[in-house]
Design a protein around this ligand. Sequence first.
Ligand SMILES: NC(=O)C1=CN([C@@H]2O[C@H](COP(=O)(O)OP(=O)(O)OC[C@H]3O[C@@H](n4cnc5c(N)ncnc54)[C@H](O)[C@@H]3O)[C@@H](O)[C@H]2O)C=CC1
Ligand SMILES: [Mg+2]
Length: 346
Amino acid sequence: MLLLNPLRGILSARPQVLGLTRFSSSFVSRMRFLNRLKQDDEACAAALQDGQLVLFHRLQPLLQRGPTGTFRPVTLTCSGVQSLLQNFGSDGPLLEDSILIGCSEQNQAQFCLDVGHLDQAAVAEFCAGTFIDLRKSFFLLPGPAAQLVAKAQALLRWHQTNGFCSATGQPTHRNRAGSQRVCSSSSTIYYPKMSPVVIVLLSDGSRCLLGRQASFPRGMYSALAGFCDMGETLEETLHREVAEEVGLEVQDVSYSSSQHWPFPHSSFMLGCHATVSPAHTQLDVDRSELEDARWFTPEEISSALQAGVPPRGGRPPDVWLPPKHAVAHHLITEWRDRQRHLQASE
Ligand SMILES: NC(=O)C1=CN([C@@H]2O[C@H](COP(=O)(O)OP(=O)(O)OC[C@H]3O[C@@H](n4cnc5c(N)ncnc54)[C@H](O)[C@@H]3O)[C@@H](O)[C@H]2O)C=CC1
Ligand SMILES: [Mg+2]
């Protein structure tokens, strides 16, 4: 139940439907619907009228704590946002700045809008929510909502920083969905960008390798990661990064899963497992990239996973691992489960 009077009737009645369930029977129709909205400005404008909107203020999403204590993004109807904008003396064109971010399972188009020109505290109070920094929001929200909010913020940021053509210096104009921008002078089309990053959990058969950068929170260790250089394959990046960062030669590589990672800007994380020969595990750590790297046994990994993410302010344990939403966490739990399976079958 939403306990919000000023917004009665303008908050979306279905805030919990953010995020897509893949492979549902209507998956194909939703994907085709979204694709049409990206190509057809009129259809997109019509979909906005019936859509849900997630608000941001200077790239911070508006969240609300639900009755069970879990956070979710506040979702507004189109008329709800219009009332809000009118209430704050700003209406009309701003609504057209909204960007298409998805489609709910009820076939409602989902949009985001940054109201950074309005008073943050007043809007938050009006919507009975709180604008929370994305890094914090990402870990407060359940997985699908976190990914949707991260995608929304990445698109808002991309539009805010790509207002001009890098070749002609002339303004660029967005399509209605916000899926591209076109140079007003040269007609060059620009699409939102992600930087590909390979992230790899190395194993020597009985241990896995984790490292930490000096900039990580104290005690946090993660899988090795590195940006792809122009022209590289996933495998070439992986071999190069491991050689550069810890001085090892990789044998086998297998792909696990991928993730859009919004920090510090949009990265496309390609998660892999890889092995090194048990006879060649001596590390030669590049201290300009990593503060530390070491091999961990399955027992050490299990207890670090059990310890969880330390609360803010408290003294962190000596070793803790990235939280659930991070692909690094997924790679580490996959490796731990595989080790358990191997031990059980011995
Ligand atoms: N989701 C997850 O589980 C994890 C995500 N990550 C992310 O992976 C990313 C890459 O990891 P790092 O070890 O820092 O990469 P890295 O080992 O390639 O080192 C970063 C350096 O690469 C250079 N670089 C080359 N191409 C770049 C580009 N397109 N954008 C920015 N810098 C570029 C810069 O000099 C930068 O300082 C980080 O942004 C981090 O947030 C890292 C670990 C876990
Ligand atoms: Mg790295």
